[in-house]
Design a protein around this ligand. Structure first.
Ligand code: PMT
Length: 455
């Protein structure tokens, strides 16, 4: 529940619980959804009932639990079909690897998949499982398929798992699942923790606007791609060459873009903070994986995005020949490093070539520059990378750069202007930057319209 009041007042929501150890958290999720004003009815798979009893959920929800796809309701209606038509959203939490696979393939062997198949309302899915299971290409392919259906995926979190191991597989925090539900139903999620209270004005003056970023919709209908975090270049199966990027800056940009109505793809390297629920997350551990993700978005037919913000700290060098086996201390180690390609410059070049050939509208390209001691190399980077805007930060300044919640940046523009901003929250930097991006986008739309008129 927010300070403004409940956000799901009288909304009818189905909560689908599948057979994961995280099923016990679904009881609290039910209570949170109810605290937001929702009327919640519960669907369960047979294995979920092994983890928690239906009596608990029936008592709390004040509705019978549907855990048998073949069962009829007391009034003779088919349970999952009436749920599919009566509710306004279906939240599946936790969703197991098995359930994701069944749903991705339309196998209606339980009440939840059956209801999801029969419904046209938003479906919010929060997976929970072992980290290796979640990372497996089969699971990732199923997750991608569900995204294609338009489902809202709430990515699992990193941390200790039921097995005692650590990985990405913990059920997302219940607040994130509730926020994703509110967002899927067209409402405003709760303020992001650490988000600025005084937002940046459209005119660009930092810190003096009354309007929160999430109230704007100037990126609605746009596809924004953000790279975030640091790449990790393998030395051997257990060691890598990496950097200190936490992903905070890029994730703040992704959150801000989502709040302004954009569809967001987040190409994510190593990170310490959670990506936002609404983003499509493509994990890219190495520079080569990040390059592949960027290539897929820039085919010869034209770029598949309106904005690219390259916040990631991409390794400039990688070990020449990573060892297939762990290098032992006794054999010693001398690393031969080779330069990685400049992903941003190459992407900008592909974009230029493809829009020349296809006539597609040009996107706005934004780079970041991590500098030490001075920003004097930033303008040269703006030119050599071929971007519209370059955001430079001196990572040796206190509160600036890697791992911090704040940043002090100067934004260089291809029109020759630059703006030096004070130290501010990374979310405020994101807001300021996307103001600039929105202005550029509007100008590009104007250019295209003028061109169309003259032709
Ligand atoms: O993640 P945080 O902890 O919040 O930290 C944020 C940050 C410090 C990582 C961020 O603010 C930042 O400065 N990002 C850019 C880091 C970087 O790689 O800077 P660079 O000057 O080396 O590279 C310039 C640009 O080229 C960047 O957009 C980078 O993504 C890109 N690049 C770099 C190397 C490479 N091989 N390919 C690239 O595309």
């Amino acid at each position: 529940m927010t300070e403004q009041g409940v956000r799901l007042q009288d909304r009818r929501i189905a909560l689908g619980i599948t057979g994961s150890i995280a099923a016990y958290k679904a009881v609290d999720l039910l209570r949170l959804l109810q605290a937001e004003g929702a009327d919640v009815r519960v669907l369960m798979t047979a294995s979920a009932t092994e983890f928690i009893g239906t009596l608990t959920l029936e008592t709390l929800s004040r509705h019978p639990v549907d855990s048998d796809v073949l069962a009829l309701q007391a009034d003779g209606r088919i349970g999952h079909i009436s749920t599919a038509h009566d509710v306004e959203a279906i939240v599946v939490a936790p969703a197991t690897a098995h359930w994701l696979g069944a749903m991705a393939n339309g196998l209606a062997s339980d009440s939840i998949t059956a209801a999801c198949l029969a419904t046209s309302v938003p479906v919010i899915v929060a997976p929970a499982m072992d980290g290796g299971m979640y990372a497996h290409p089969a699971t990732q392919a199923n997750v991608a398929r569900l995204r294609e259906f338009g489902y809202h995926l709430v990515e699992p979190e990193f941390g200790p798992l039921a097995s005692g191991m650590v990985g990405q597989g913990r059920l997302a925090s219940l607040d994130r699942i509730v926020d994703a539900t509110v967002r899927a139903l067209g409402g405003a999620p709760a303020a992001v923790a650490g988000a600025p209270t005084g937002a940046v004005s459209q005119s660009g003056a930092p810190g003096n606007s009354a309007s929160a970023g999430s109230s704007r919709t100037d990126l609605a209908g746009r596809h924004v791609v953000v790279t975030a975090g640091g790449t990790a270049e393998p030395i051997d199966p257990v060691r890598f060459v990496g950097n200190r990027s936490s992903g905070k800056m890029g994730i703040a940009i992704a959150e801000e873009a989502l709040d302004r109505g954009a569809a967001v793809t987040l190409i994510l390297g190593n990170h310490t903070v959670e990506p936002p629920a609404g983003a499509h997350v493509a994990h890219a551990e190495t520079a080569a994986e990040m390059e592949a993700a960027l290539r897929a978005l820039t085919p010869p037919s034209g770029p598949r995005f309106d904005v690219l913000v390259m916040t990631a700290a991409v390794a400039d060098f990688r070990p020449h020949s990573p060892s297939a086996k762990k290098v032992s201390r006794s054999s010693g180690m001398t690393l031969e490093m080779v330069a990685t390609p400049d992903l941003l410059a190459a992407t900008a070049e592909r974009v230029r070539t493809s829009i020349g050939a296809s006539g597609a509208r040009r996107p706005v390209l934004v780079g970041f520059a991590a500098e030490t001691g001075s920003l004097e190399r930033a303008e040269e980077k703006l030119r050599s990378k071929g971007v519209d805007l370059l955001v430079a930060n001196d990572v040796t300044e206190p509160g600036s750069g890697f791992g911090t919640d704040t940043n002090k940046v100067t934004i260089y523009s291809s029109d020759g202007s630059s703006e030096e901003l004070p130290l501010m929250a990374k979310r405020e930097v994101a807001e300021f930057l996307l103001d600039r991006v929105a202005v550029r986008l509007a100008a590009i739309v104007g250019e295209s319209a003028a061109l169309a008129e003259t032709n």
